[in-house]
Design a protein around this ligand. Structure first.
Ligand code: TXA
Ligand code: MG
Length: 349
């Protein structure tokens, strides 16, 4: 299949490109598009055949449900039940934006889209290209992140092309994404809302709106034997090709230990990479040292983490070490993704 590639540059031609992409989606095809979190791989959410195609293009197990993206608040009630109004409350506070809610689904949503579940994940993104595309497609786009299964979610159209060229109909290039980590997922189907995946919208922010909100314990806890409630969280996503470990402790000790570990790996003939911060990058000795940004700036760290993991893959890094980051703000989301990438391998110093 030839994949069309269109750059969305804010010119008057964008409208035409969105229309063409909308036609492709309505006809059951697949279009990758930017959102404010990561790039999505879109298909018509109400067409079971489109959802099957999404799973095939990603190489993703079909028990892992898709998020339905909408572009009008009034469309929420067409696909989901919101008996106690919690959904509307959350929507008013955080939509359009990086927040996905789980509600009981209506019959309009095929089981192919929800991986067989009686619930549906719904998100109203804020990115103008995403909103324009959803509208052009008729209002409901099912979209997982546009990576092949097991790779970090793409934060630029170039990474989408690396994974999806020849497998989908079209890629809309809207430049680099803003946030860089996937949306927060909150489950509103139980009495107490629960965060199934941490993201830009934090537990504190949700608690302000909903009263009490818990967090799925499996998110940061390697020892937990519970199954995560979001089916996708059980897979070892975001995994680099080489071995990645997180080193946690006093900053000086972390630098010292990582340098020792890198020297050892290099003696074994292995290529080494370090995920560092602006404050520490100059202190490391490894084949490649990359800074995620300042330690104080969680948003910058979130923004560069997936790009760096992909770059290390491209450079053929075999052994990688990362500093650990604070759990403040987006820190929970950052550490959740990093722990998964490292297969929960943490070295305490
Ligand atoms: O930021 C995002 O959310 C991006 C952009 C493209 O919108 N999308 C995204 O989709 O990250 P995906 O498919 O990579 O991750 C969706 C997650 C999976 O872990 C999936 O298991 C979970 O949401 N999920 C979807 N529907 C669910 C449901 N009904 N119940 C529980 N978890 C659900
Ligand atoms: Mg994903």
């Amino acid at each position: 299949m030839k994949t069309l590639y269109e750059v969305m540059d804010g010119s008057s031609k964008d409208e035409e490109k969105l229309k063409k992409a909308g036609e492709i989606l309505k006809a059951g095809g697949l279009v990758a598009f930017p959102t404010e979190t990561v790039y999505g791989l879109g298909g018509d959410a109400l067409n079971p055949e489109s959802s099957r195609k999404i799973y095939a293009a990603k190489g993703r197990p079909s028990d892992n449900p898709l998020i339905v993206h909408i572009c009008r608040l009034s469309d929420l009630e067409k696909i989901a039940w919101d008996p106690d109004g919690k959904g509307l409350k959350v929507a008013r506070a955080f939509w359009p934006g990086p927040l996905t809610m789980i509600l009981k689904k209506k019959d309009t949503v095929p089981l192919e889209t929800t991986g067989g579940l009686p619930t549906v994940a719904v998100r109203f993104p804020s990115h103008p290209v995403a909103r324009g595309l959803i509208d052009a497609a008729g209002g409901f786009i099912a979209a997982p992140s546009a990576n092949t299964s097991g790779k970090p979610s793409p934060t630029s159209a170039q990474y989408v092309a690396e994974d999806m060229d020849g497998r989908i109909d079209m890629i809309l290039d809207g430049g680099d994404v803003g946030i860089g980590l996937e949306s927060t997922i909150v489950d509103l189907t139980e009495d107490e809302p629960m965060i199934l995946r941490p993201g830009y919208v934090t537990q504190e922010m949700l608690t302000e709106v909903l009263g009490s909100v818990s967090v799925d314990r499996t998110i940061l806890d390697a020892a937990s034997t519970q199954r995560p409630k979001a089916p996708g969280m059980k897979y070892r996503h975001y995994a680099p090709k080489g071995d990645l470990a997180i080193v946690e402790g006093e900053p000086e000790k972390v630098v010292e230990r990582i340098n020792v570990l890198c020297r050892k790996a290099e003696q074994e003939g292995k290529k080494t990479g370090v995920i560092a911060t602006d404050e520490t990058a100059s202190l490391y000795h490894a084949d490649s040292v990359k800074s995620v940004g300042s330690r104080q700036d969680e948003e910058a760290i979130a923004h560069s983490l997936y790009r760096i993991l992909r770059e290390f893959d491209d450079e053929g890094m075999e052994v990688m070490y990362s500093e650990a980051f604070s759990l403040r703000g987006m820190g929970q989301a950052i550490m959740n993704r990093l722990l998964k990438a490292a297969g929960h391998h943490v070295i305490e110093v």
